[in-house]
Design a protein around this ligand. Sequence first.
Ligand code: KG4
Ligand code: ZN
Length: 340
Amino acid sequence: MEKDILILGIESSCDETAAAVIKNGRTVLSNVISSQIDLHTLYGGVVPEIASRKHVERINQVIEGALKEAQVTLEEIDAIGVTYGPGLVGALLVGVAEAKAIAFALNKPLVGVHHIEGHIAANFIEHKELEPPFFSLVVSGGHTHLVKVTDYGEFEIIGRTRDDAAGEAFDKVARAIGLGYPGGPKIDKVSKEGNPHAIEFPRASITDAPFDFSFSGVKSSVLNYLNGQKMKGEEFNQADVAASFQKAVVDVLVDHTMLAAKEYQMKSIAIAGGVASNSSLRKAMKEACDKAGITLYYPSPIYCTDNAAMIGVAAYYEYLKGTRSGWDLNAVPNLKLGER
Ligand code: KG4
Ligand code: ZN
């Protein structure tokens, strides 16, 4: 029998300090996440300085926790995978420095991972049959991309947002209607009590770029609506605004993804990123995929939002391909997908 390959994954690009141990690319032996959400909630969003400081305080404990839960020692690990971009530079640096120190001290291979490659790879954990090629809609707080995954770690970007990311729009609208941070899960929840047809918010398309997205218009339209109500001295219905906004975003995400999947004749779609845990998006994507004879995949919510298991999985496939990072690996806050 061949020896198992164990990867230690480390993630610190935003407001979660996370470490995980992955066996043979698809089995999660441990997945430890220390969230800072409570701290940032006080400020209505992620404060980069606080994020970096908390990562420094927590990273050793989180890694020790991941090793302990997986019942493996550092010596047994075959490679260290770490997110080196995109993200907040100070936050990324904590994970990168830690991964370099461990890899150097133990003379183990170091594999720098693109955060979005990690989000997409999260789909491999629970869907053992999923293999490239497939189509992916990546929707997170910082990114909205339509990607053709041609092979492990090989991507063709088909569409992207021209302005706000989908998650960013959720967070901003949530703040405007008094739901607070993080907005996505809160809008998801209150929308269940609201009427998605109560207010008609715009669904933006870009001429000549049918697979690109724009969410600044729908966000401004919500703000205008709220202002209009205020001027008239009228209340607004929080659940109706949330549900109508969510429907406008979900409609565009589903339409553009299905259009692209048909154009590129893809038979499977995997959604990824924090917004992929949105219940309305999952439902609408499922209906559209069933109708089109396309298989839909999505990770459990815990693997949709930031975690290190997905980084360990992506690192495993990069490790198999021979990808190795040097001791000069640095944080790259605006790293592009498919770049090294
Ligand atoms: O992937 P992620 O954890 O971090 C980034 O890489 O950005 O995504 C976080 C984003 C936030 O904007 C959050 O509001 C959104 O994902 N989100 C959701 C839901 N859960 C998280 N948006 C809509 N519905 C949800 N259920
Ligand atoms: Zn993320």
